[in-house]
Write a new protein. Structure first.
Length: 208
């Protein structure tokens, strides 16, 4: 939503600038229609690029990140986005009743962690292990499980492999819950602080 608002404001500023420059060039400076249009387009482009640069700089400042840090995090987020697509395809191709609920919950956890990090890139450092290890392991295991579970005939060895794989996926699911707690740690700490303050205020009021 914030990106849409920023785009609207940037576009509005560029449009107004373009129109203003054209009017000034054509009427006040007595330039030709083509020259006025050229000046207007050039000016509007400069304003748009400048507005985007300022918005991006403000975003980095709010998140206390350098350009290099943000580029690094953005690269990992882009890779994670591709892994999420693979994970969704794998999880929802497994149609066994016993796994549907867990698969939906795992995908919800993963997308929640990703969306929070994308909105506030600084939180990436709270869940680096998720992006470096946990997500990749979950995707690979889910894809292999989906492939094997779809085989028409299942040997005893295959059944054992499926059971072991599912057990490992369940363990990863528990880790995802911890990852979500880690990425929300700042909010949890803030909430606990506000609760303590509220309780202290209530206790003081009761004593009076």
């Amino acid at each position: 939503m914030k990106q849409v608002v920023n785009f609207f404001m940037q576009s509005t500023a560029a449009t107004i600038s373009t129109g203003t420059i054209w009017l000034v060039s054509f009427f006040s400076l007595d330039q030709t229609f083509l020259l006025s249009s050229g000046f207007a387009l050039l000016g509007g482009t400069v304003v748009l690029i400048s507005a985007k640069a300022l918005t991006h700089q403000r975003f980095l400042k709010q998140n206390q990140l350098s350009r290099k840090e943000y580029a690094y995090i953005k690269r990992h987020l882009k890779e994670a986005d591709q892994k999420l697509k693979r994970l969704r395809k794998a999880l929802f191709s497994i149609r066994t009743v016993s796994t549907i609920k867990q698969n939906i919950e795992m995908y919800r956890l993963v997308t929640k962690i990703y969306s929070i990090t994308k909105k506030e890139p600084k939180r990436f450092y709270l869940v680096e292990s998720f992006y470096y290890s946990h997500l990749e392991s979950l995707v690979e295991l889910s894809e292999k499980y989906a492939f094997l579970v779809g085989q028409p005939s299942k040997t005893r060895e295959l059944e054992q492999s499926l059971t072991e794989t599912r057990r490992t996926i369940s363990q990863l699911s528990e880790q995802l819950e911890k990852d979500l707690q880690d990425v929300l740690s700042k909010d949890i700490h803030q909430l606990n602080f506000e609760l303590d303050v509220a309780k202290l205020t209530i206790n003081k009021s009761v004593k009076k």
